[in-house]
Design a protein around this ligand. Structure first.
Ligand code: DQA
Length: 158
């Protein structure tokens, strides 16, 4: 399986570090990307890291990941709670998907408790701050490794 992973970020995450820092912390998205790049190197993953405020751009990146990437980590931000289109795009992606939220969405407003993306995600990380991105990458590396192992025939037992 491909060791390329996409890390996708939805609307307003470009403001990370200055937007409601009491909820999202003081790290910028550039800081998060830099840490992801170091970790991806350690895990032997190739990384595409993107952010957009436009739903269609996130969908286009999911389409680009089809047939090319081994996995997707996605913080869909507010599109989590609204976007059937993003869910449909992720359903068309073959590999593992990990959903990341910096804040604990379940502790917040009721409208944040519903996630369309969770219907597709293989795992969900919420409330662990920006550390959640690193954990998502580690999980993708494990799942991509397992899928790779499955292709290697095991010893024949008699
Ligand atoms: C978020 C949670 C969403 O509810 C919110 O709309 C965001 C960020 C998070 O990372 O905690 O923009 O996905």
């Amino acid at each position: 399986m491909s060791r390329l992973v996409y890390v996708l970020n939805g609307p307003n995450l470009n403001l990370l570090g200055t937007r409601q820092p009491e909820i999202y912390g003081r790290e910028t998205l550039a800081d998060v990307e830099a840490r992801c790049r170091v970790l991806a190197g350690e895990l032997g993953l190739d990384l595409r890291f993107h952010q957009s405020n436009r739903e269609y751009e996130l969908i286009d990146w999911v389409h680009a990941a089809r047939g090319e990437a081994g996995g997707i980590a996605i913080n869909p931000a507010a599109f989590t709670h609204t976007s059937v289109a993003l869910l449909d795009a992720l359903n068309a992606f073959e590999g593992p998907v990990i959903e990341v939220h910096i804040s604990n969405v379940h502790q917040r407003e009721a409208f944040r408790h519903r996630s369309y993306v969770s219907l597709r995600a293989d795992g969900v990380i919420a409330g662990l701050g920006t550390e959640g991105y690193a954990l998502a990458l580690r999980r993708l590396a494990t799942l991509i490794g397992q899928a790779g192992d499955a292709k290697v025939p095991g010893p024949v037992s008699r």
